[in-house]
Design a protein around this ligand. Structure first.
Ligand code: HEC
Length: 150
């Protein structure tokens, strides 16, 4: 009986601890952003979207500025993918037949740069990759994620 009580106390303390921790973590997210902050976040995002848009449409000046060579064939992404959303960003990550592996959107962006475009692949964390990713995801904004689907 006594042992039972000890267990009960331990279980209660642990759950209380987890509960408090949860409230702490959750609490951090409850801090509301001001409209000014939200506008600033959106501006940063849209700035990247615009750079990605230019890269996707083969803008030479933007490529030069970022030190990239996305294509040696003269083909820009938009020539094969007229709408960025047609590259199905919401499906990633997924098993990709072309490269026979489980892939992220970045892997596929680089596959197109390397294979059809014969360009220079981008670093996963490079400014150009982030901008292309921002543009492609933006083109599909508001849709539901559906990872793994084809
Ligand atoms: C010469 C034509 C061509 C060009 C140019 C091209 N792609 Fe592709 N892209 C393809 C083909 C072919 C596929 C594979 C078939 C498919 O999945 O649609 C593909 C697939 C993709 C996918 C995956 C789509 C999916 O649903 O799995 C992404 C993302 C992508 N391309 C991005 C880009 C980006 C970014 C660029 C520019 C840097 C680019 N592509 C340039 C032909 C092209």
């Amino acid at each position: 009986m006594k042992k039972g009580w000890i267990y009960a106390v331990i279980v209660c303390s642990v759950s209380l601890g987890i509960g408090l921790l949860g409230a702490g973590i959750g609490g951090a997210h409850k801090v509301k952003h001001t409209p000014e902050q939200l506008k600033a976040f959106e501006d940063v995002f849209m700035e990247q979207v615009k750079i990605g848009d230019l890269l996707f449409h083969g803008d030479a000046a933007t490529e030069k500025k970022l030190g990239t060579k996305l294509s040696r064939t003269g083909m820009a992404c938009a020539m094969c993918h007229p709408f960025a959303v047609d590259t199905h960003p919401y499906e990633f990550p997924k098993f990709q037949e072309q490269i026979n592996k489980f892939s992220t959107l970045r892997d596929m962006i680089n596959w197109c740069i390397e294979k059809p475009n014969e360009g220079e692949i981008l670093g996963a964390d490079s400014d150009a990759m982030k901008a292309l990713e921002a543009y492609i995801y933006w083109s599909n904004r508001g849709s539901k994620l559906d990872p793994g689907r084809h």
